[in-house]
Design a protein around this ligand. Sequence first.
Ligand code: DIG
Ligand code: MN
Ligand code: MN
Length: 388
Amino acid sequence: MSDYTPKPEHKFTFGLWTVGNPGADPFGSAVRNRLSPVEIVHVLAEVGAYGVNLHDNDLVPIDATPAERDRIVADFKRALADTGLVVPMATTNLFSDPVFKDGAFTSNDPKVRAYALSKTMRAIDLGVELGARIYVFWGGREGIETDAARNPLEGLKRMREALNFLCEYSMDQGYDLKFALEAKPNEPRGDIYLPTTGHMLAFIATLDHPQMVGVNPELAHEHMAGLNFMHGVAQAWDAGKLFHIDLNDQNFCRYDQDFRFGSHNWKQAFFLVKFLEDVGYAGPRHFDSHAYRTEDAEGVKDFARGSMRSYLILKEKAARFNADPEIQALLAEINADDGSMAAFQGAYSREKAAALKAYPFDRPALGARGLKYERLDQLTFDLLLGAR
Ligand code: DIG
Ligand code: MN
Ligand code: MN
């Protein structure tokens, strides 16, 4: 039996809003007492988390006075010192208050857009004060119910201006921050701009300071769009833009379920963990999820422990996959290269092109080859389910 105890080197983090979620939903009120940020820090320490993340207003109420803000932050810092938890990531709540009902950075009201910038700068200051090195932007209200409201080009332009301004602010303050953009296709808005990680990667290229901006892909959000989450994560990694990640689980084409990591689609969770471990992703493993509404305070701890345990079990399965002689022999056979195409690989040349066009391929033979993926996938299933 392996050790599935979470340790700091695993970098498991939770948002204050996750284990602090009191269980309300659109069809029912809260089922659990609301915990204070300090209490949440102690719960996370008890279950073995490495760090805690926050929106500004998860910690400091939106109408707090400067004195109240300072006292709250001091209490929170003391809880961090007492428990050893760190704050790797911070973000801004630009979606709860009615002022953001038509978006924040993309709102049609220039006063709202200006207020969103002001609020975000103060939230960035707070995040840096707590030690955050990653700053997430989730544009939950940046979108529409009717496209009569604004031309999407205007939405993109406003988002770009806001992020360019905030990149400049961070640099001007001398902050060592990386920005991570989080996509979601819809909910709470009818359609959210920049709906998937792929859209975000393309958008980053249009910014003034793309080098400091990456992505924070969330499993549930890509699943809402019907996509293979690990493929989007791989593309972000390939682009050097996987700055953070939101782990959870989600049935396809549902509202944002934010289930416990590994609780629904084991196979996709396995290939995601295998990818992150195979490439050596060194960032936080952030669980942006919450316990079932059926749970009490102890059930919330089960949710948090299960999130980390599931990751570690799948990490061990990935190591077993990589060490399994039959699986690896099959992969070697499937990917065999007899070197006969070596002359055609690599950079283009006119000679290569001519030789390729003239080469006598045996197309029927190529097409007749069996690839043994059924065997390979069954071995994977057996390994995941403990039958090998
Ligand atoms: C929702 O998936 C969003 C917000 O919770 C937050 O802005 C971000 C941080 O991971 N995820
Ligand atoms: Mn979500
Ligand atoms: Mn998220």
